[in-house]
Design a protein around this ligand. Structure first.
Ligand code: TIU
Length: 220
């Protein structure tokens, strides 16, 4: 049993029944020319998340925690992309348009792939998801249930959009959830801070938060 010094109080998990869910560490959100930048966001905010996420993945891998990578992307014919999503806002490129990393947020295109430092390894689970939450229209529930997973550790981008949505979905499904602060990020630092505060408020209403240093101290 691993016990992490967390907020609002300590979080304990058995590595064999836990998974790290690394949300959407894709080139389209983190690199220039991708979906995140086309929405007008400052992608430099996400750069520090990459080495922290790599460290968290390595720590979890060493502990024997299952690694799950999600990627927000759509079918080439956009049949799983509601017009309400594609037409939202005033991006310079919309989902499915041709950009500098191929078609934006389309499965199999370079931009929808993971950043080079965080490529999935053999034995990891990769979940392609059409929504912000990783449970909607994906096999994630089945992948976790079939392995007896009860505890989820979260990282990825962006904290208040896909990460928080997925953590809320997981909480409703009965998973005990912890998010590691440095391994997640937002284009808006104040949104990240608020999301983390919301998650741990009211006695861990959604889950727990911990620093990478405290997670590392617990697991080594
Ligand atoms: N725009 C934004 O902050 N996020 C997303 O669109 N997707 C994810 O968070 N992955």
């Amino acid at each position: 049993m691993i016990t992490v010094l967390a907020q609002p109080w300590s979080f304990s998990f058995e590595p064999g029944t836990s998974a790290l869910v690394m949300i959407d560490m894709q080139r389209d959100f983190i690199e220039p020319g991708g979906f995140g930048e086309t929405l007008g966001n400052d992608i430099s905010q996400l750069a520090p998340v990459v080495p922290a996420a790599a460290e968290l993945i390595a720590l979890c891998r060493k502990l024997g925690v299952l690694i799950v990578h999600t990627q927000e992307c759509h079918k080439a014919d956009l049949s799983d992309c509601p017009p309400a999503k594609r037409l939202r806002g005033e991006p310079s490129l919309r989902i499915g348009d041709e950009g500098s990393m191929g078609r934006v947020l389309i499965h199999g295109e370079p931009g929808a792939g993971f950043v080079p430092a965080l490529l999935p390894q053999s034995g990891d689970v990769v979940i392609a998801k059409p929504g912000k939450g990783a449970f909607y229209a994906t096999p994630l529930t089945q992948e976790l249930k079939s392995r007896g997973i009860t505890h989820l550790i979260f990282g990825g981008v962006t904290t208040e959009v896909c990460v928080q949505t997925t953590m809320r979905e997981a909480n409703d499904r009965g998973y005990e959830c912890l998010i590691v602060e440095e391994a997640t990020g937002s284009y808006f630092p104040e949104f990240k801070a608020s999301a983390l505060a919301m998650i741990r408020a009211q006695g861990a209403i959604i889950g727990w938060t911990a620093t990478l240093a405290d997670f590392k101290a617990a697991g080594t």
